[in-house]
Design a protein around this ligand. Structure first.
Ligand code: CA
Length: 228
């Protein structure tokens, strides 16, 4: 379950180098050469993280970051700014525009990967390989194993992703279109009732352990994972 990283960078050589390094580290890299194509991509599919160059040919990286932060659908996407500038003032502007971290070119691929891991761990734990546990459930993203009170549970790939998202975002109600964005990566081309189908399968798989009660139907239209 590789995290998807949207790479917005107008210099082809850097773009290729970064894409290569992301792929080597097991990420799925999506490349955009300007803000317009980045937005077109985001409108189709929410990435797990965005690497955003400061200087772009159409809309600046800072402006794009502000727009993403102003929209509830894109507000929570982790964002790392890349820039050739090194002065403190620019760094402050970058962080104030909503970036989670900031990297000055030239940087080593190793440092970039370390920053990506740190930001994902903090902002998007469902996109990392770490083991999570809650309410008697334990889920390992690295091995794709789930257990309830120590007993192994078989889940299909979508139910697995759904449970992973819930376990890393407990307590809050998520609507169907939010779940489509976060778990399927697509809020437009998948029907909302698909969510209900997979929730049903997930609850069924959790039923023997009694953990199905952790997945609650929220008021309004959505679902919540409630381990307490
Ligand atoms: Ca640039």
């Amino acid at each position: 379950m590789a995290a998807t990283i949207l790479l917005v960078e107008d210099e082809p050589a850097i773009q290729e180098l970064l894409a290569f390094n992301l792929a080597q580290s097991g990420y799925r890299a999506i490349q955009a050469l300007d803000a317009t194509s980045a937005m077109a991509h985001i409108n189709r599919e929410l990435p797990d993280l965005i690497l955003l160059d400061w200087m772009l040919p159409d809309v600046s990286g800072v402006e794009l970051a502000r727009r993403l932060r102003a929209d509830s659908r894109t507000r929570d996407i982790p964002l790392i700014m890349l820039t050739a500038r090194s002065d403190e003032r620019d760094k402050v502007i970058g962080l104030e525009s909503g970036a989670d971290d900031y990297l000055t070119k030239p940087f080593s691929p190793r440092e970039l990967m370390a920053r990506i891991r740190a930001v994902l761990r903090r902002r998007a734990p469902h996109a990392t390989d770490e083991t999570v546990s809650a309410g008697g459930l334990e889920l390992s993203a690295a091995t794709h194993r789930v257990s309830a009170n120590g007993e192994a549970i078989d889940l299909g790939p979508t139910e697995f992703r759904l449970l992973h998202f819930f376990m890393t975002h407990s307590g809050r109600v998520y609507g169907r279109s939010q779940l489509l964005d976060q778990v399927w990566g697509d809020h437009v081309f998948v029907e909302e009732r698909t969510v209900d189908v997979h929730i049903r399968r997930l609850r069924k798989a959790l039923e023997p352990s009694g953990c199905d009660s952790l997945i609650q139907t929220g008021r309004g239209s959505g679902y919540r994972f409630s381990p307490d």
